[in-house]
Design a binder for this molecule. Structure first.
Ligand code: 3HC
Length: 686
């Protein structure tokens, strides 16, 4: 096993350096090295103060997430941090990269912290459905106060070294690149100072004593964002303990609350999701070191909502964008929308007016494909019409330089057919953004039959550069996210004809954890938009025929007052009932929420299984990432495939079989699902 630490004494300072790539996670080996190294230095007469520093790209990025739920091997973090804090010799943490979770908790147990200006510090455990379980909830409030600690720990947000310095989390800023020397000098400078242990500090807690309303108000203010998550409430309880209990009792309370979370399905799901998100770029037949194509300029065809949003992703990272439209008017409209989006961001304090001008200045508006002659990547974002797209790709083939990547933002059309319109299908790829394209984190990278491996690798890398999480999909109707989630809509549309009302169905979906139900979503997007191009009669179509377009006009499945507050619509109920009669639908009467969910969401799981069977998706976790980031599937369920595993695949098969008996082949469980259920297998566990 490779050594993970180096020890050295420099000018009386014992330097304990941990070197455990990639991120110096505090796994068993690192904990042992810390424990042993610290004890040696504490015992050495030559060491006056101890410096803990990390090699590689970062300070400790936290506990080793893959160890959660398993028995602890060697000393635990709490023991090591107590050893540090109770040391008679000053212990200094020298921070670069990220001090996250257990990493920051270690630093808080030290007597002093020094960081380079580029360092980031945070307690992101909440994102794993956990709380800082090694003293973070007890020590941070003693430095920054209860209210700031609540904000930082519940949001999990990382702060800059400068902000940390202002808050008192960091005692000194080092020079960039000079951390080690600066930290040694700093450690020497504190040798004569009396040791202050964070555990003994009370000064920042005083203002919270006898004020339970701080916690009550915080809970109330954040109730909406806490919904469905377990960790935020336990974090609040742990911070309440800072005020109400002595330090050691507080640590015990924190640990009990941590263990409760560690065992919860929500945390299991969120930890699974952490690794799932990092797995998506691993493509078995595309080597990690395959050369990628440098992208310095981008062309976007279409300055509508989608094209404009796509362009913003590149402007945000400083890449020039050639924006092509059919007419001056369309270009002006598109540029206006981009500018307004940026100006909104300035109003919220997220950028300056100069930033807006800098980004707008990177756009080169054009009416002719000739302007695309030098771009490295073109993304077509026009409406979904095969002949139009083929015509564009034919022109692009002639207008762009050899070696330019030609991408389509199509959301369901056959990419191979589009690629066939060019003489270079290996350069054609799908880049399917989700709306709003400048906000949504999911980017489906669609691999055509001929797309080259280096184009795929480039697309995956580029996605990360613009802050997206890429998920690879092969060609099929709807790709991954839209194809699975269409099942939910199909079943909602069918079920509403059988008796359950739109609000009962929406409520079941909302209570499951989605931000809104399928009918609320249609009303928001617009019934006319959802039904565009439909060839068969539908309830939505009948409502549109009556002038009901949703929230924007006359209501849809719901009625709305002037504040857009929704109430059940008698008109919609009548339209639904008469449509059901015309269709000869047999009413099924009232249904329990669990049955509504099985009807709407088990077919999603089944469709996911089909994607795996057909080789469209590489792995079940990719499907979960697509559902979570593309459709806001609640992350604490882990996504449809992980959720299915927690329910039990046989239960899902049995339920689908029962629905199949009643409604037919739409519910026939996929071969893979049946096989996995039979063999006791799972989609997501090993
Ligand atoms: N445990 C185990 N593995 C980790 C890890 C951790 N804490 N943090 C990162 N990794 C792994 C990743 O899975 C990835 O592995 P891979 O290469 O095999 O896919 C590798 O390290 C590199 O990670 P990233 O791809 O995320 O690298 P980046 O450079 O983009 O980001 C980072 C670095 C900002 C440190 C990011 O990895 C990160 O946010 N890590 C998690 C931080 C975190 O949540 N810490 C809290 C842990 S819980 C805890 O400490 C509990 C305590 O309170 C008791």
């Amino acid at each position: 096993m490779a050594k993970v630490s180096n020890e050295e004494i420099c000018n009386g300072i014992g330097v304990l350096e941990i070197d455990s790539p990639p991120v110096n996670a505090l796994g068993a080996q690192v904990r042992c090295a810390l424990d042993e190294g610290l004890r040696r230095m504490m015992a050495s007469a030559d060491v006056k103060a101890i410096l803990i520093i990390c090699a590689g790209r970062t300070f400790f990025a936290g506990a080793d997430i893959s160890e959660f739920g398993k028995a602890i091997v060697g000393p635990d973090l709490g023991e090591i941090f107590t050893l540090i804090e109770m040391s008679d010799k000053p212990v200094v943490a020298a921070i670069h990269g990220s001090a996250l979770g257990g990493g920051l908790e270690l630093a808080l147990a030290c007597h002093y912290r020094i960081a380079v200006p580029s360092a980031k510090l945070g307690l992101p455990e909440v994102k794993l459905g956990l709380l800082p379980g090694a003293g973070g909830t007890q020590r941070l409030p003693r430095i920054v106060g209860v209210e700031t600690a609540l904000d930082l720990i519940v949001s999990g947000r990382a702060i800059s070294a400068h902000e940390a310095r202002t808050l008192g989390v960091v005692d000194m800023l080092a020079t960039e690149g000079g951390l080690r020397d600066d930290a040694i000098a700093y450690a020497r400078s504190v040798l004569d100072q009396p040791l202050v242990r964070v555990r003994d500090r009370q000064d920042r807690l005083e203002s919270a004593h006898g004020k339970p309303e701080i916690f009550a108000d915080f809970r109330k203010k954040n109730a909406r964002s806490f919904r469905g998550f377990k960790a935020p409430e336990n974090i609040v309880k742990a911070i309440e303990a800072v005020v109400n209990l002595p330090f050691d009792e507080g640590l015990k309370r924190e640990w009990a609350l941590f263990k409760e979370l560690e065992a919860s399905i929500e945390s299991l799901a969120q930890r699974y999701y952490f690794f799932a998100e990092r797995e998506t770029t691993k493509i078995p037949d595309v080597p990690k070191d395959i050369p990628t194509i440098p992208i310095a300029t981008v062309g976007v065809i279409g300055a509508g909502t989608m094209g404009g949003g796509i362009a913003m992703n590149f402007l945000n990272i400083g890449l020039p964008v050639v924006l092509v439209e059919m007419s001056e008017a369309a270009l002006d409209r598109g540029l206006g929308v981009i500018r307004r989006n940026y100006e909104n961001a300035t109003r919220k304090g997220r950028m300056t007016a100069a930033d807006v001008e800098q980004r707008m200045g990177l756009i080169r508006p054009a009416l002719d494909f000739a302007a695309l002659a030098d771009v490295d990547l073109v993304i077509e974002a026009v409406f979904e019409e095969m002949e139009v797209k083929k015509d564009i790709f034919r022109k692009l083939d002639r207008a762009t330089k050899p070696g330019a990547i030609l991408a389509s933002n199509t959301s369901f059309l056959d990419l191979d057919e589009i690629a066939a319109a060019t003489s270079r299908p290996e350069w054609v790829v799908g880049l399917h953004f989700f709306s709003p394209a400048n906000v949504m984190q999911l980017l489906e990278v669609v691999r055509g039959r001929h797309t080259s491996k280096s184009v795929i690798a480039t697309a995956m890398k580029l996605a990360k550069t613009i802050g997206k999480v890429p998920v690879l999909s092969k060609v099929c109707n709807g790709f991954i996210a839209n194809r699975i989630m269409a099942q939910r809509q199909i079943q909602a549309d069918a079920l509403v004809l059988e008796g359950p009302s739109p609000q009962e169905i929406d409520q079941a979906v909302f209570d499951y954890g989605f931000a809104m139900g399928p009918f609320q979503m249609i009303d928001l997007v617009g019934l006319d938009v959802i039904g565009r191009g439909a060839t068969t009669r539908s309830v939505a179509g009948d409502l549109v025929a009556m002038g009901r377009l949703g929230q924007k006009q006359a209501g849809g499945y719901y009625d709305y007052d002037e504040h857009r507050h929704a109430t059940p619509s008698p008109v919609a109920a009548e339209v639904i009932a008469s449509f059901a009669v015309d269709k000869g639908v047999v009413p099924s009467g009232k249904q329990a929420a669990a049955d509504i969910l099985a009807r709407l969401l088990f077919p999603v799981v089944n469709e996911g299984a089909k994607l795996l069977e057909e080789g469209i998706a590489l792995r079940a976790s990719d499907i979960d990432v697509a559902a979570i980031l593309g459709y806001n599937w609640p992350v604490y369920t882990g996504g449809p495939m992980f959720w299915a595993d927690t329910i039990g695949l046989q239960t899902i098969v049995d339920s689908l079989r029962a629905l199949e008996t009643r409604y037919g082949a739409a519910f026939t469980p996929s071969k893979l699902l049946v096989e996995l259920a039979k063999s006791g297998g799972s989609f997501t566990r090993g």
